[in-house]
Design a protein around this ligand. Structure first.
Ligand code: SF4
Ligand code: SF4
Length: 106
């Protein structure tokens, strides 16, 4: 399992830096720039050093940080394709209803 991305929510992160201190590999650094909420958010400065221990996720009190691995991506692809199948079924049902009407209301 390899890390693909570390996402930090601008809306949820309050800049407490528990994630930065929790990381045993010093992957996360504190940004010099302030975001639109006036917070200097952490960012993954050394993604290549991440060992996917997820301590940053467990420590974040606001669920603001997400470690995304190649396995997560594959799982999300699976969920997306399952959702698409459902949308397709709904679309086909709507087409049938349009064509034949709602027979039990006739
Ligand atoms: S998953 Fe572990 S190594 Fe990777 S950034 Fe989070 S705390 Fe650091
Ligand atoms: S622990 Fe969570 S809220 Fe605190 S700085 Fe890290 S991402 Fe932001």
């Amino acid at each position: 399992m390899r890390v693909k991305e570390i996402k930090i929510s601008e809306d949820l992160c309050k800049g407490c830096y528990l994630c930065v201190w929790a990381c045993p590999r010093e992957v996360l650094k504190i940004s010099k720039e302030r975001n639109r909420r006036g917070i200097r958010p952490p960012f993954p400065a050394h993604l290549d050093k991440c060992i996917v221990c997820r301590l940053c996720e467990y420590r974040c009190p606001d669920f603001a940080i997400q470690v995304i691995t190649d396995e997560d991506e594959r799982m999300l692809e699976g969920i997306r394709s399952e959702e698409l199948r459902w949308y397709d079924r709904i679309r086909r049902r709507d087409e049938l209803l349009e064509k034949h009407g709602v027979w039990w209301l006739r």
